[in-house]
Each structure stands twice: as C-alpha cells, then as structure tokens.
Write a protein that binds this ligand. Structure first.
Ligand code: ATP
Ligand code: MG
Length: 129
C-alpha cells in the first residue's frame, strides 16, 4: 500500500507544486494520475518513489517512510520509477545489461535467472494480471 498524507512540495523559486495531497493506493490497484502540463504529476511520482523528499507531509510505501534514510535500500526494493525521459534512465546499450545494473545496485543474487524469468513474464504479458 502507498499512503500519502498531507503531502506538500515546493521547488525553490517556484510556487507550491504539490498542495496537500492525501491519497491511498492499495496493493494491486492500478491508478492513473492525469493533469495538465506542469501540474505536478512527475513531481508526485518522484515523491512516491522516494527520489524527491516532501517539503512537508509523509509518503509511506509498504509502511516505509520515504524520508527514512536508514530504510532507503528497503524502499528501493519495493518501488521503482520509469522516468518521463528515458535518456535519464537507460545507461547501457541493451536491456540485459541495464537489468543487471539495477540488480547489482540492490545486491541481488541469481541475477541471470531473475532477469530471464522477468523477461518471460513481459513476453507473455503477465505483468499486471
Ligand atoms: N527542477 C525544478 N525546479 C523548479 N521547478 C520545477 C522543477 N521541475 C519541475 N518544476 C515545476 O514544477 C511544476 C510541476 O512540474 P512537473 O514536471 O511535476 O509537472 P508534470 O505534471 O509532470 O508536467 P508534464 O505533463 O509536462 O510532464 C511545473 O511548474 C514545473 O515548471
Ligand atoms: Mg511529467
């Protein structure tokens, strides 16, 4: 579950972007957040992923407060983000090497097998079912 409580975020030299959001997303729910350009969707996604820290309020991901630096690694295992601009995210020249990089960062073992199984899931379109 993702629990967002009284969340506010303000960039320096800008007016408040996230103005007191309260939201719960339950396990298995698929949620689409829509809004006009510059309304704060990407900012909210980065806040949920724990890449951006709230100005005030809290974001809990499976009970982990994104502000809790000691739990940063646990958080990274539970939530990921696909950035709006893939050039900010894709590092290597092929999918395999990029996946290995992610698992290396999390110190996960049995990488080749996990990647193979994940790619089979994607191929069969099972990811959201
Ligand atoms: N690094 C930054 N510094 C200052 N202001 C920023 C920064 N990044 C975004 N903003 C501002 O915060 C607001 C929200 O931006 P954000 O990128 O979250 O919107 P968005 O809903 O994802 O937009 P889009 O539909 O264009 O992707 C905008 O006014 C934007 O100009
Ligand atoms: Mg965006």
């Amino acid at each position: 579950m993702i629990e967002i409580t009284n969340l506010k975020y303000k960039y320096k030299n800008n007016e408040e972007t996230i103005k007191n959001i309260n939201l719960q997303i339950k396990d298995g729910e698929v949620v689409c957040i829509i809004g006009k350009n510059g309304s704060g969707k990407s900012t909210l996604a980065r806040l949920i992923a724990g890449i951006t820290m709230p100005t005030s309020g809290t974001v809990l991901v499976q009970g982990i407060d994104t502000k809790d630096k000691k739990k940063f690694k646990n958080l990274r295992e539970k939530i990921g983000i696909v950035f709006q601009n893939p050039e900010n995210q894709i590092i290597f020249n092929n999918v395999h090497d990029d996946m290995i990089f992610a698992l290396d960062n999390l110190e996960i073992e049995d990488k080749e097998n996990k990647i193979k199984n994940a790619l089979i899931e994607v191929r069969h379109g099972r990811i959201y079912r």
